[in-house]
Design a protein. Structure first.
Length: 201
């Protein structure tokens, strides 16, 4: 493991150890030997939200609302502790119990997270294409609002079963995001409330 990778892992461990919230996956224990680090995490029997989206295609407004409330509760807790996640996406949201539904989600994978101390801003370009905020793509200093952008993208996907921004080519995708080019297509969104659309906007 390179020194840079080790430094990143140590930051992630420090962040996870500081977390105590029902919507964030708990770190139970850390083991290290000469070649490996093992992070023992809370058991999440429901799998990834991503798999639920593939299986269900589209969720009711109530289901989407409950999931987004859980996600916002968890991310507000992070922000209050000075932590910006920077990689919120369905693959990093795990379900505690499949039988409870998507409202049992917990935030995982703090590998790209950063601690912002004393009002500092982040500048590293990171995140997952399709979920990354425009200010990151424009290489501007940024902070906590980038996580809320990602939550808006996730809410869009939950309510429609489609991504708001999609292009095969990353350059074209990033231009779409920077210009905030998305549509509420009638055939997908006609039964979704104005309030839900306003929330996403």
């Amino acid at each position: 493991m390179s020194q840079e990778d080790k430094a990143g892992l140590l930051v992630e461990i420090e962040i996870l150890k500081s977390m105590d919230h029902p919507n964030i996956v708990r770190l139970i224990e850390v083991f290290e030997d000469d070649r490996h680090w093992c992070l023992v995490m809370e058991l999440m029997k429901g799998g990834e939200l991503f798999d639920k989206i593939l299986a269900c295609d589209q969720f009711s407004e109530k289901e989407a609302r409950d999931a987004v409330i859980a996600l916002i509760d968890g991310i507000q807790y992070c922000h209050a502790k000075g932590i910006v996640h920077r990689d919120l996406k369905p693959e990093n949201l795990l379900l505690f119990d499949a039988d409870v539904g998507i409202s049992s989600l917990k935030i995982a994978d703090f590998g790209l997270s950063r601690i912002l101390e004393g009002g500092t801003m982040a500048s590293t370009a990171c995140g997952t294409p399709g979920y990354v905020a425009p200010e990151i793509l424009e290489t501007k200093p940024y902070s906590y609002p980038c996580d809320y952008w990602s939550i808006g993208v996730i809410a869009f996907i939950l309510l429609s079963g489609t991504a708001p921004f999609y292009e095969e080519d990353n350059f074209a995708l990033f231009e779409q995001i920077k210009n905030v080019q998305y549509d509420f297509l009638v055939e997908t969104w006609e039964n979704v409330s104005k309030e839900a659309k306003d929330f996403i906007t």
